[in-house]
Design a binder for this molecule. Sequence first.
Ligand SMILES: [Zn+2]
Length: 144
Amino acid sequence: MLRHRKLEHRFVKHVPDSLESGVLYVSVEYGIVSHLCCCGCGEEVVTPLSPTDWRLVFNGETVSLSPSVGNWSLRCRSHYVIDRGRVIEAGSWTEAQIAARRHKDKAEKARYFGYPAASGSAEKLAPPAATSGWWSRIWRWLVR
Ligand SMILES: [Zn+2]
């Protein structure tokens, strides 16, 4: 069960050392989103923003994070989706599902960063796309 059904977002430069529950801290500058686990266990959950990790959508009022947040390494093993500030329970996964997701993550990172995946793919890999200045422009606009 989730204790927090809503997260208020807070754009920050640095994620503070002690987090408030029910708050999603977003550091665009460092590409880090952090919050206390929505189950209420008090563990900090860090979701890095990158083309191979999480993506954040800010619609001007609320934020969404995708894919879902699966806290498999925490004792609570909570799993939820953050959609427009709402926290939606996503159900627990089996060990096989978790392993499959980790494998997929690894393969995605391998593709993106340009080294062959464990399977030894020999295809020619494109260089990583240059980081666009889009976020930094949004960020400057937000903090001015
Ligand atoms: Zn938890």
